[in-house]
Write a protein that binds this ligand. Structure first.
Ligand code: SF4
Length: 312
């Protein structure tokens, strides 16, 4: 193979991936560029990812399949066998199902012993696909999708311009699971600010109870430059939570979950104020709540300043 022609990552390509894919040294294969929601509408109010936060603005595009195949050939020929594969892009599930199926099958054919194939998914993309298409993705070997629930409150989702409401999130989540694809949901602590904190807790617990996802993961809101929320916050129209208030939201979400919820729970993002995890929240609920109560009452955490990260 002539490596001088190989374009493993297209120019100006912004790669974001869940921390777990970094920790597992996943092979990252760009499939789409940017985010279709961002390009079409200006995107979610809290997100600056493709708007200049990483130094470039990236519009949505689906990569030519031949280029994606070249990347897969490269990783196959350079002995990247045995690693998970992450199909990169803000929402690769926006691409046609037939295109994705061909890519996933090619990954499975060319790279040996891939323990996991995953990608980000937007609920709107899932809703646009039929059950049959979701089944095709599962049959091809898509193991898990990472979806931003962010909040179970329709009011907060509307303010944050997420493009989905609580009920459509529930429908999308259940359909992913029914197709046999594992579902990891992200929740952003503090996304309602001080004003909508209670609503955020109550509605997020309700939606998680309805879906019972395979995994849910907490992140903590940091307001990033280039996002619409940055301007809202600068005008004094949004109040960030303190570290203790963020921990309390997490505690109360766990306390309000229905008894049916058996999800794995992680705090595996650098924005969080704790790192507790559970392989089954039904079994670990009391431990989770007690640990968070202890943290919230710890004077060192009470006086801890907010971490202001420039990225989410
Ligand atoms: S949060 Fe996700 S869906 Fe929303 S604009 Fe950013 S990349 Fe797109």
């Amino acid at each position: 193979m002539d490596e001088s022609n190989l374009q493993v990552v297209p120019p100006d390509y912004i790669i974001i991936r869940p921390p777990v894919e970094g920790a597992s040294h996943s092979v990252i294969i760009p499939v789409t560029g940017g985010c279709s929601w961002n390009t079409a509408t200006g995107g979610c109010a809290f997100c600056g990812t493709y708007k200049g936060m990483y130094g470039v603005i990236q519009n949505y595009a689906v990569r030519p399949i031949e280029d994606v195949f070249k990347d897969i050939d490269y990783f196959s020929e350079h002995n990247y066998h045995g690693f998970p594969v992450f199909l990169a892009g803000g929402n690769p599930t926006s691409a046609p199902t037939e295109y994705l199926v061909k890519i996933i099958r090619y990954v499975r054919e060319k790279i040996n012993n891939v323990p996991r194939v995953s990608c980000y998914a937007k609920a709107l993309d899932v809703l646009r696909k039929s059950d049959e298409e979701l089944n095709q993705l599962a049959d091809a070997g898509l193991d898990i999708v990472y979806m931003g629930l962010e909040s179970g409150s329709s009011k907060i989702l509307r303010k944050m311009k997420k493009g989905t409401n609580a009920e459509s999130m529930i429908t999308a989540g259940k359909r992913v699971l029914r197709a046999g694809i594992k579902l990891s949901l992200y929740i952003i602590l503090g996304l309602g600010g001080k004003k909508l904190s209670e609503e955020h807790v109550k509605e997020t617990a309700r939606v998680l109870t309805e879906i019972n996802p395979t995994i849910f993961r907490f992140r903590t809101l940091n307001i990033v430059p280039f996002s619409e929320l940055w301007d809202i916050w600068k005008r004094g129209e949004f109040t960030l939570l303190t570290p203790v208030e963020n921990l309390k939201e997490e505690r109360d979400i766990i306390a309000n979950l229905g008894v049916n919820v058996t999800s794995q729970v992680y705090n595996d993002h650098m924005s969080n104020y704790c790192a507790i995890e559970s392989s089954n929240i039904k079994e670990d609920r009391e431990m989770f709540i007690k640990t968070l109560d202890t943290f919230m009452n710890d004077p060192r955490i009470k006086s801890m300043p907010r971490r202001n990260l420039s990225r989410m």
